[in-house]
Design a binder for this molecule. Sequence first.
Ligand code: SDX
Length: 442
Amino acid sequence: MSQDTSAAARAANASVSLVDNTSGNEASFPLIGGTDGPKVIDIRKLYAETGYFTYDPGFVSTASCESKITFIDGDEGILMHRGYMIEDLAENCDFLEVCYLLLYGELPSPDQKTKFVNGITYHTMLHEQLHNFYRGFRRDAHPMAIMCGVVGALSAFYHDSTDIADPHQRMVASYRLVAKMPTIAAWAYKYSLGQPFMYPRNDLTYSEDFIRMMFATPCEEYEVSPVISKAMDRILILHADHEQNASTSTVRLAGSSGANPFACIAAGIASLWGPAHGGANEAVLNMLREVRSKDHITEYLARAKDKDDPFRLMGFGHRVYKNHDPRATIMRKTCHEVLDELDIRDEPLLDLAMELERIALEDDYFVERKLYPNVDFYSGIIFQALGIPTTMFTVLFAVARTVGWVAQWNEMVEDPSQKIGRPRQIYTGQARRPFVPIAQRG
Ligand code: SDX
C-alpha cells in the first residue's frame, strides 16, 4: 500500500495565527510540511475568514501547487527529479530515461524503457499538411515564433488526444508532444536556411535523430557524431524540468481552464522565450559578443550593477538558487568535454565567460545578492560549439522542457484539489466617480 504523501494527509497539527492589529481579530491557518523544503501556510480560507488577500508579485513567497516531480533547494544548490539527484541522472541516464521518470515517477525497467522509446520514436513524424504552416512565415522569422505557431496548431490535427478528462488521451498527447518537438524544431531551422525538411529516422536515438534532422541534407548520408549526440542528450536532461518556473506555471495556469495540451504547451513556449527565462541562453551569447574581450569586463560589470542601465549580466542570478545552480556546474564540465572532444582549443567566448564568472563571483554586488551562473550561462557556448545557431538556443530549451511541462500538466489535471487559476489583485486605480458626457469634457 503506497504511503499517502498528499499535502492534506500530511497537514501538520501546527498552525500559524494572524492577528489583525486594526480589528484585534485573530485567525489561524494550518502549517503543512512536505517531504523536504519550506513548510507552507495553507491560506485557502484566508479571504473567507479575514476579507484580506495576500500580495506577492512574482510569487516570491507563494506555493502555487503541490507537486511530486521536482525538488529544488536553492540554498544548497540541489535539484532532484522524483528523488534522484540531477548529477546522478545526467551521468547515468539518457534523455528518454529521464522523460519516463518525470512522466511515470519511477526509472524504467529495461522492458519499460524499450516500450517507451518505441512509443516516442513512432510518434516523431508530423502531419504532412503542417508543412504549410512553415510556408506562412518569413524565412528570417525567429524560430521561437514558429514553435509557438506550429505547436499551437497541433490541436487542429490531433483531435483524438485533446480530451483532458481521458487519461489515455492525455498520455497520447504527452507522447506526441515529446516526440514531435525535435522534428518541429529542426524544421524551423531548416526553413530558415531554405533547405528541405529532413524526416525523422526510427533507427536513431532521440538526440541523434534531432541532430540529424537539423544538419543532414538529402544529398548525402549524415553520420551523427557520438560526441555531439551525447552532449545534446545531457543538455536535454539538464533542461527537462525545474519545479514551478515561469513557463511551467504558464502551462499549469493555461491547463487549469481545461485548455487542450497543445495550446498549453504553446503558451509555455511563449513564456520561455523571454530573456529573463529561457531566452537567456541566446542573450548570454549576444552579451559575450558585446563584451568582446576581457578588457571590457570591468565596464560591463559596472553597467550590470547600475540601476539606471538596462544591461544585466545574462546567465547570472536565479529566483531560487542562492548558491550554485547544479546544472551550470555540470554544463561547464560538459562544455570543456565537448570543446576537448571537438578539438576546439581556444574558444575565446569560453575564456571570456570563465573570466567574467571569476571576477563577478569576487565582486561584492554579486556576492551580497547571491548571484551565481545559472543553467543558461554556459549552455550557449556548447550549443555554438555543436554548430547550433544562436536563434535556436531557446528552441532547444523548449524541446527539452516539453517533457517537464507535460508531466506537470498531467499532475495538475490529475490533482483532485486543482481549480481554475484566478489570482486577485490590490486595486489602486480611480475611486468610483460620476460619468461625464463628452459634450461636458474640457
Ligand atoms: C531560467 O525559475 C526557473 O527555474 C528558471 C530556470 C528554469 O530551468 O526554468 O532556471 C531557467 O530562466 C534561468 C534564469 C535565466 N535568466 C537570466 O539569466 C537573466 C538574468 N537574470 C536576472 O534577470 C534575474 O536574476 C532573474 C530573472 C533570473 C531572477 O530575478 P529575481 O529573482 O526576480 O531577482 P531580482 O530581479 O529581484 O534581483 C535581485 C537583485 C536586484 O538588485 P537589487 O534591487 O537588490 O539592488 O539582484 C539583481 C537585481 O537588480 N540582479 C542582477 C541580476 N540578477 C539579479 N543584477 C545584474 N545582473 C543580473 N543577472
